[in-house]
Write a new protein. Structure first.
Length: 181
């Protein structure tokens, strides 16, 4: 009888070894946009949704692909107003679009005049020698601040955050506002 139980146990053990060990994994979430015919998937989709979605980043304008960005090589996806980069364990990060924009015109944010302090009610960034105040500072604070925009790179009306170019709309003096384009 002991032999029979031992044999039965051995057969059961062998049978479980033959069954593939599959762990349940959630399928990646995908959201497609008929406006562009492009899709956004996890984990970039989660970052996009949690950090402003369509009003902040706009529609996807590329598929997710590998790209070299300032010496880093990784998975990126371009949107109307940003480039989102998948840095793996470090998470999703916004690309430095403002710096890229200036570079395209053979300019660098370091070439712009700097200041040593912010105007009253403003914030000074010693890392770049630039400051934010008024509507720009309010927009910066209310829409992600340092984590999203990094630091300001200019002190004039076409405020260029190292991440995003945010022009100040002066066409309607009664309703000055920051727009993204």
């Amino acid at each position: 009888m002991k032999r029979f139980i031992a044999l039965l146990f051995l057969v059961a053990l062998c049978f479980t070894a033959l069954v593939p060990n599959t762990t349940a994994q959630a399928a990646p979430r995908i959201r497609c946009f008929p406006e562009t015919g492009l899709c956004v998937s996890s984990p970039i989709l989660e970052y996009w949704e949690q950090n402003g979605g369509l009003p902040v980043f706009g529609y996807p304008i590329s598929d997710r692909h590998m790209e070299t960005c300032e010496g880093w090589i990784g998975s990126v996806q371009w949107f109307e107003r940003n480039r989102l980069e998948d840095h793996g364990a470090e998470g999703i990060m916004s690309g430095r679009i403002g710096a890229l924009y200036l570079q395209a015109f053979h300019d660098q944010w370091r070439n712009y005049p700097t200041v040593t302090e912010a105007p009253p009610g403003g914030r000074f960034f010693p890392e770049t020698g630039h400051s934010l105040y008024g509507m720009f500072l309010s927009y910066w604070n209310n829409n992600g601040g340092l984590a999203r925009f990094v630091t300001p790179s200019q002190n004039h009306i076409w405020r260029s955050f190292l991440i995003l170019r945010a022009p100040f709309n002066t066409s309607n003096a009664a309703a000055w506002s920051i727009i993204q384009n």
